[in-house]
Design a protein around this ligand. Sequence first.
Ligand code: ATP
Ligand code: MG
Length: 452
Amino acid sequence: MSKLRGESFSDEEGSDYITEPKSERLPALPTDPYAAAIDSDVLQLGSIVETQERFDPCMDDLLGKGMLLAGSQGTGKSNIIGLVARSAGQIGMPFLIIDFKGEFYTLTDVVPNGIVAGHPDASDQFSGGFFPLTSENTAELAQILMEGPFQVILDVPSYNGDNDEVAAVIANLLHALMDWSKDIKRQGGDPWPCLVITDEAHNFLPERKPLSALVMQRPDESFGSMTKAYSRMANTGRSFGYTLLLATQRLPNIAKWSIANLQTKVILAHAEKNDLNACEVETGGLVDKEVIKRLQQGTGVVMGFTHDPIIVHFDKQLARHVSVTPKVAHLKKQFSHSRSQQQDISKFMSTKYQSSLAVNEYVNTPVEPVNDRECPVNIHEGEETINDQNTPKFTPEQSAEVLKAYGILLKSGQAPTRNALRIWLYENVSKAWNTSQKNYDVFKAICDEYGL
Ligand SMILES: Nc1ncnc2c1ncn2[C@@H]1O[C@H](COP(=O)(O)OP(=O)(O)OP(=O)(O)O)[C@@H](O)[C@H]1O
Ligand SMILES: [Mg+2]
């Protein structure tokens, strides 16, 4: 174990995996109002709204039961993950956070052995310990995570949209963790507890594939392997030490089987009718929709730790919260000197961004509907197909790449309106329509420009 706490960690073959690991357990932060509770085995969560008493359940009451965190955007799910993770870290418990949005790396400041795992090319984006993770070396990370023990943040955005690799990494890592514990048991040992936390879990475990924001080249294979790995952990992980926590914005979008076994639940505010209905089902009808609708940010109904549901106001986590909602005051501060100035857009545009300028023009210009037969890309609700009549000369591989890029653009919200982008694609692509390489180059340029 001590070999994990040196200048760098080397495995038996001698290859370096982690640089600059956090070596010692951090002292309680001076600003921590609950410092006294550190090193006791509690989950420091918050206070009961009705009585103002602290609500810091025993960590053991979570282990093996699992937790569902459900709430609309901005209601405080990630904040709660931060609280749970910090409490686990303070006890020295290993955890894995599957970080869909890349917002939890700051937790490495408040847990003793926190590291980020991500695509090997992303190593210089993180200042602390980093594990370059591919689908090939997940067993090494699983061993380090459990034996360190380390608190690992798996940074999904570092894979830059290669979501088939993300799926393979997650599936292999979950299996590797299970296999590690299985080996320990076979050798007569007892594995110790580990939390496996997935934020925005509906993207990894969607009720139906189109409900995930992850665009895959091989969706059947990729979702299939993730589902198998999560299912193995959800169904048999308890006795191997694993406790699943799944957070989601949309209860109807997450696979029902995946949340069926989670026995503790935090339901934060929801507004949409289907979501509220799903919340009522989740609480077994014990909590009224009106109560859920009116919950304030950071306040939720907690079930599973106590006999009856209770309403808890959660603490604000100590780690710097990356996913804050930018407010008008910040905008005013940033641009106070130039608020009334008319800006010349061309000053901001390098040649590299000429095509985005073209896109912007289309966004701002009212557009006529395009005749489907003239347009090289046919767009139907939820799917994109190349129109054969215009005989684009893409190879199947090129087509797949183009459609992937286009799909990601639409889903990421970076793209202008569907119709405007369609015209833009038509005009730009059809000019070079007879030269397949040029078509391909245009789409590659789109990908590069948007950092896809
Ligand atoms: N208990 C709390 N006390 C104070 N502020 C909070 C609390 N919970 C959340 N916030 C603040 O609310 C904002 C949104 O919180 P958070 O990112 O946790 O929401 P979320 O439900 O994860 O949102 P999303 O679905 O968009 O990921 C953040 O600025 C956070 O600091
Ligand atoms: Mg969040």
